[in-house]
Design a binder for this molecule. Sequence first.
Ligand code: OGA
Ligand code: MN
Length: 210
Amino acid sequence: MSLSCPALPIRTSLDALVDAIAEQGIGIFPDFFAPSLIDALRDDVHALPQHRLSQAGIGRELAHHTNSRIRTDKTCWINGHSRPQQDYLALMAEIQQQMNRQLFMGLQDYECHYARYQAGDFYKKHLDAFRGRSNRRLTTVAYLNPEWQAQDGGELLVYDPQGRHPILQVLPQAGTLVCFLSERFPHEVLPARRTRLSIAGWFRVDGPLG
Ligand code: OGA
Ligand code: MN
């Protein structure tokens, strides 16, 4: 069983992604994104005024609060106000379409944010969606960090569905896409030793509680 694939044409990459979600519920794809898009997204984050990056929260709406024991990164929602953001959202729309066509997932929308972890920042083990209650169905994480080394830390650790053992460890290398069923895989971000940039996103369905 292989969870990764090399750089491939987008159609082939999308098919590999759909297959990974259908078969394992998770896939890791190094070089999923064109380097030019990743460079443009990184420039886009660097151009953000400092105040646009705010202390990340946990939970939604009324339950929303910040908790620096759980996560210390800063985030900024992506709204399509720049060309690279539009290109990124267009690619995510293609993923959404393929998931719906081939796996009948019924994904209705997508929300995503830039996340910046500075040296020492982390995000403790969590689920992106509470099982059976949330409308987040499929998580995406895209990495923007060129030449990330093992000694830079900041790995994404993915646990088995019971949350007992790590099953995958991912270096946040520029161009890599990680995609998984939001309710199935607890995961955490180990402390980074240098600035770590990512885009975390969620495809959603409208639920009765949505
Ligand atoms: C998240 C998250 C993982 C990463 O933002 O919910 O788990 O590797 N991010 O940045
Ligand atoms: Mn998460």
